[in-house]
Design a protein around this ligand. Structure first.
Ligand code: HEM
Length: 460
């Protein structure tokens, strides 16, 4: 179906549904009668979420013709993601555009095709393969720090976004595909991903896209970004590396029966999802530590108590209790996957409210983790809250990795990557942000600082 036909069909259904909706669900009064929250949401979805948090745990707001229900209460989130998950499909609107970046891969696939792709990826996340990935991180991490050592010697500023991405994407390429990315292409990857994501997200929240579907000109920077990402996946798909026992090997096995486009989409999905959120996590965590010297010192002392001057290894990560709490708290305030949609297949009751078939349900770790009715001092960065074992928390009061059958496949790896790189960096460098303020947040498909986060580093 074309974009336009899809929107016309959805608009018609939405108008028919309107008189059925549950009048008791608190409504966010829209700034525009015609387009509802569309304009604000397109510029800054977080503004809408913050506003919703002031109102109630389940709220309805309109984006153009679509009614969106923000479900922001732990049990109700569990109901959608887990107890009654058969009634909810991945949302179509944003995933349609995300599919332009990632192709028809595991993250954007609808339920039927998704199951097959997830089964193909699952072996790469079992213990034995994860141990191999950890060994790969152990091997690569020391060389990844060399640029920082040089920047410390030169007194040069570093940009955390590209730097953390350089590290995580190089690890991901080697771990999943035995593919060696050099630093130059790793930085290019960061730029290309930023451009393509911004382009695709803008389309996902724009009605204009529905009316005037438009492809970026091949020679424009965005066109070049898409081409670069595609070429990288082609290179990986055709690489000669003897990958019998890794993800690429599984994808290329004749039994997998993947057509070329589908194979490329699985490569792209992993190449983007594996490094991106961990890179954002590291950027936020390093900034937060850099602006809290006492906490930074405690974290470094912990790393030194476990590893001394020896390189950090995956085997010792379990002992980094404070560092793990810092990561958890960073993901609470800055969850990379700030929100994701589901579409209700049949009528349902969620959090005491009626949700009609066809409605969009938005689940937002960002909104939930900052919900003042469920978190004490929600806006304060305080890792100690994850060190208090007596605190009882509902499973879905904190869900940076989602939940249910489509829960993040890389959650354990994300923790290993985050802990390993953060520990390695803290062990060797003191980090000083050049500004005490984080740039405002940009919520595209993932959450990141909207501007550059600059730091100076000094060797210890
Ligand atoms: C801090 C790091 C990470 C965060 C916060 C995160 C968050 C999430 C969330 C919330 C989802 C579920 C989205 C939904 O239900 O619609 C998801 C799915 C996914 N994540 Fe992650 N993720 C992280 C790291 C990773 C890593 C390291 C990998 C790969 C190695 C990965 C690969 C994926 C994939 C492939 C999916 C789609 C799963 C499916 O649909 O079956 N993620 N992630």
């Amino acid at each position: 179906m074309t974009n336009l036909a899809y929107h016309v069909a959805e608009m018609t259904k939405a108008v028919r549904r309107r008189h059925l909706r549950d009048a008791r669900v608190p409504v966010l009064t829209p700034p525009s009668r015609a387009t509802g929250w569309l304009g604000v949401f397109a510029r800054s979805p977080l503004t809408v979420l913050d506003r919703a948090n002031d109102v109630a745990d389940v709220v309805r707001f309109r984006i153009a013709y679509r009614d969106v229900y923000l479900v922001n209460e732990p049990r109700a989130i569990g109901h959608v993601l887990f107890d009654n998950d058969d009634n909810y499909r991945r949302g179509q609107q944003s995933h349609g555009e995300l599919r332009r970046v990632l192709g028809p891969g595991m993250l954007t696939a609808d339920d039927d095709e998704w199951e097959r792709y997830r089964r193909l990826a699952q072996p790469s996340f079992r213990d034995a393969r994860l141990a191999a990935v950890s060994a790969c991180i152990d091997r690569l991490a020391p060389s990844l720090l060399e640029r920082w050592a040089q920047a410390a010697r030169d007194g040069r500023e570093l940009l955390l976004g590209p730097e953390t991405m350089r590290m995580t994407v190089r690890i991901a390429a080697e771990a999943f595909f035995q593919y060696r990315l050099d630093d130059g292409r790793a930085y290019r990857f960061f730029d290309a991903l930023m451009l393509s994501q911004t382009d695709a997200f803008t389309r996902a929240v724009s009605l204009r896209t529905a009316l005037f579907p438009f492809r970026p000109r091949p020679q424009s920077p965005v066109g070049a970004a898409y081409r670069f990402l595609r070429q990288l996946c082609e290179d990986i798909a055709d690489s000669a590396a003897a990958s019998q026992d890794d993800y690429l090997g599984d994808l290329r096995a004749p039994g997998a029966g993947l057509e070329r486009e589908v194979l490329l989409a699985q490569i792209m999905t992993m190449l983007v999802s594996a490094p991106e959120n961990p890179s954002n996590l590291l950027t936020f965590a390093l900034f937060l530590l850099g602006t809290r010297p006492e906490l930074e010192r405690q974290a470094r002392d912990e790393v030194r108590a476990v590893f001394g001057d020896q390189p950090v290894t995956s085997a010792g990560l379990r002992q980094l209790v404070l560092l793990r709490a810092i990561i958890q708290e960073t993901l609470r305030l800055y969850p990379g996957a700030w929100g994701f949609e589901r579409m209700a297949i049949a009528d349902d009751e969620v959090g005491g409210y009626r949700i009609r078939a066809g409605s969009t349900v938005l689940l937002s770790p960002y909104a939930m983790h900052r919900n003042p009715r469920h978190w004490d001092r929600p806006l304060v960065f305080d890792p100690a809250r994850f060190l208090e074992p007596q605190v009882e928390r509902h499973r879905f009061a904190y869900f940076p990795f989602g939940g249910g059958k489509r829960t993040c496949i890389g959650n354990r790896l994300a923790e290993t990557l985050g802990l390993h790189l953060l520990a390695s960096l803290l062990q060797r460098f003191r980090i000083t942000p050049t500004s005490a303020e984080l740039p405002r947040l940009a919520a595209l498909f993932t959450l990141r600082p909207a501007g550059p986060v600059k730091v100076r580093v000094s060797a210890i």
